[in-house]
Design a protein around this ligand. Structure first.
Ligand SMILES: Nc1ncnc2c1ncn2[C@@H]1O[C@H](COP(=O)(O)OP(=O)(O)OP(=O)(O)O)[C@@H](O)[C@H]1O
Length: 653
């Protein structure tokens, strides 16, 4: 019997705004899967595919755990081995380009394991051009057609090209510029100050900048791909528009074309040294990408965009204001089986993500337009109202024949800061789908009331900020020094087992002091001994509430001399393993010696490879050394044992 693993019944996403409604479109991330053909290799002829297409939207893959079953997935589109570059571009990517002409953002992401065909899909070859060259050609053509003289909007297209390599944002058009910072403006737009932006008026212009910059991208050979991308590459194409007629609005749409680096299982890539380090950074950022998608799907209040540069940059594309499509590339070879299932699961989760695209507009009167262009030619006026009716995004402006009511003029009488805030509010209302009119066209009295409310909110925020500062200052002045040390990361993290009957006392966090030594052969019951490592480092379990310090001293001595029965040791290992295999990143951080980064690495590894068979497997996670595993194990076993004895002694007393 077949098992349906992924959410089924994916409906076509609603990408365009309704013609009559003013509600902003809700655009689900659209997801396609592309299965590449077998690539030539000596042994590939004998191999059979582990994936099979069922129809234009669904596929099935053998279930590795049960040969009688297959796993079925349904997406917005499925492209099999024989699909062409043209099929994917026309069917899946071309339709989103028109949103850029309305001042909205769009993104295309290629996702998948290393060697599955992401770069081929995005870039292609001179004979089989991929999405990037095709989209650029069409976009430039569109802007040229829409922007000819006599049409209401003038267009300017520019491009930037960057890579995220080992958590550094590098400008591929200016490779010497070093790591760039990612910022967010007050409207929630993601910006990279200092990133080169080249105007492009033709496809030849584009190629002139793009081809040499592509050679700057970091690639390297791995066992699975001779030219493996070692970075995430992001091509950003901006389409700026300026209205030629009053009220001279400006709009800006951004297109992100992203070739993600592939997830890598280093047992198969054979990566070592630099490649291994690169791979660690790639896997970690892809893991955060998965967390972002999960947080969006679960409607969590905090989406961890800031946990990696990649997700920070994609903030706009996932759960943001862009029309996004994701192409999950998969490979047919059986040796890719696990990567394929992981990618399909990620793709399946991604199709639940909802974006809320809106038009990015402003109202600055153009300086460069000649006076005669300030007139409102009737044909342009007609074209504009028709266009607004279609995209449903233009402010509901009064007829321009009534200049007194022009929102631009009313806006111009206000202070720049207030202007900005009104525009912001206008956008918020717009994005929340206000049924009524936007602020910019509300009557003067209502607007004054809104401005007043804004000012009140500002002073309230100011007051709260001051209060917060005051409280923070108090807290810092009272905080014990050792707590600061803990925050600086010099000490171990809180207790590992969250639901113990006796909560772990704070000083036990500092368990570094005792050493677990080999089985004591002399002992009849084969016990383990906990021994003091040095006098300087001491285990200091806090005395149970209301008990004297002597009790704690006694307990310390007891612990130091204690013989740990093997079953207690086995139990503690079992508990640690259980937590490693099922704990969320947050829960893992409750283990000794596991911080945020290691917790993420563990969860990421688990997603790729499944559960750990034994605690020592932790050493297989990139970024965690054997030595760290030994320290981790020691600290956590001791912590567990100490906890048990604290519980016992409390019970006795
Ligand atoms: N649809 C396809 N048809 C023919 N060849 C393909 C197809 N997809 C990929 N290939 C070939 O497979 C190989 C690997 O593809 P590609 O480099 O695009 O993988 P990738 O996913 O970008 O890998 P990495 O993440 O390591 O950069 C290349 O030789 C490419 O030409």
């Amino acid at each position: 019997m077949a098992v349906v693993a992924a959410a089924t019944g994916a409906t076509r996403s609603q990408l365009s705004k309704g013609r009559t409604s003013r509600r902003p479109a809700v655009a689900r991330v659209r997801v396609a899967v592309r299965l590449r053909p077998f690539v030539e290799e000596a042994n590939s002829t004998s191999e059979s595919s582990c994936v099979r297409g069922l129809d234009s939207c669904s596929l099935e893959i053998a279930n590795g755990r049960n040969s009688q079953e297959t796993l079925k997935y349904q997406f917005d589109a499925f492209y099999g081995e024989t699909s062409t570059q043209q099929d994917i571009y026309v069917g899946f990517v071309h339709p989103i380009l028109r949103h850029l002409m309305n001042g909205q953002n769009a993104s295309v992401l290629a996702y998948g394991p290393t060697g599955a065909g992401k770069t081929y899909t995005m870039l292609g070859s001179p004979e089989q051009p991929g999405i990037i060259p095709r989209a650029l050609k069409d976009l430039l053509q569109l802007t040229w057609e829409e922007g000819t003289e006599g049409r209401p909007w003038a267009f300017a297209v520019s491009m930037s090209y960057l890579e995220i390599y080992q958590e550094k944002v590098l400008d591929l058009l200016a490779p010497a510029s070093g790591d760039l910072v990612i910022r967010e403006d007050r409207w929630g737009n993601i910006l990279i100050p200092g990133l080169t932006q080249k105007p492009i008026a033709s496809f030849t212009d584009f190629e002139q900048h793009f081809l040499p910059a592509s050679r700057n991208r970091t690639v390297g050979a791995t066992r699975l791909n001779q030219r493996s991308s070692r970075s995430h590459a992001v091509l950003l194409v901006k389409v700026e528009q300026q209205e030629r007629i009053a009220p001279f609005r400006q709009r800006e749409g951004k297109l992100y074309l992203i070739d993600l680096a592939g997830s890598e299982d280093n047992r198969r890539t054979g990566n070592q040294g630099l490649r291994l380090k690169e791979s660690g950074a790639i896997n970690a950022s892809l893991f955060v990408l998965g967390k972002v998608v999960d947080a969006l799907n679960q409607g969590l209040p905090r989406v961890p965009y800031r946990d990696s540069k990649l997700t920070r940059l994609l903030q706009d594309s996932l759960g943001g204001s862009a029309h996004s499509v994701l192409i999950a590339n998969i490979a047919p070879e059986r040796r890719f089986y696990l990567d394929t299932v992981t990618s399909l699961n990620f793709a399946s989760r991604s199709k639940e993500v909802i974006n809320r695209p809106f038009t990015h507009k402003s109202f600055q009167p153009p300086v460069k337009l000649a006076q005669k262009e300030l007139m409102d030619p009737p044909e342009a006026k007609r074209a504009r109202s028709q266009e607004e009716l279609e995209d449903g995004t233009g402010s509901p402006e009064p007829p321009t024949s009534c200049p007194k009511l022009s929102p631009l003029k009313q806006l111009n009488t206000l202070e720049p800061a207030v202007q900005e805030r009104l525009l912001n509010l206008d956008r918020i209302l717009d994005s929340r789908g206000s049924q009524g009119t936007s602020i910019l066209s509300t009557p003067r009295r209502e607007r004054t009331a809104l401005e007043k409310a804004l000012k009140e909110k500002d002073s309230e925020i100011q007051r709260l900020k001051e209060k917060y500062k005051e409280l923070e200052a108090n807290r810092l002045s009272q905080r014990p020094k050792e707590l600061e040390e803990e925050e600086n990361g010099s000490l171990a993290l809180p207790c590992p087992f969250p639901s113990q009957t006796v909560p772990m006392t704070k000083p036990l966090n500092r368990v570094v002091p005792l050493q677990l030594i080999q089985e004591q052969t002399a002992s009849q019951s084969k016990t383990h001994v906990l021994q003091k490592e040095s006098q300087k480092r001491k285990l200091r379990p806090e005395p149970p509430r209301g008990q004297p310090e002597e009790h704690a001293e006694g307990l310390r001595t007891t612990l130091a001399m204690l013989q740990v029965p093997p079953d207690l040791l086995a139990e503690s290992r079992r508990r640690i393993l259980g937590l490693l295999n099922t704990g969320s990143a947050k829960e893992l951080r409750r283990l000794q010696r596991i911080g945020e980064k290691k917790a993420q690495l563990i969860v990421g590894w688990r997603e790729l490879h499944g559960p750990f068979a034994e605690v020592e497997d932790l050493g297989r996670v990139e970024g965690i050394s054997e030595k760290q595993v030994a320290t981790f194990l020691k600290a956590n076993i001791l912590s567990f044992v100490a906890e048990c004895f604290t519980a016992l002694s409390r019970k006795d007393s």
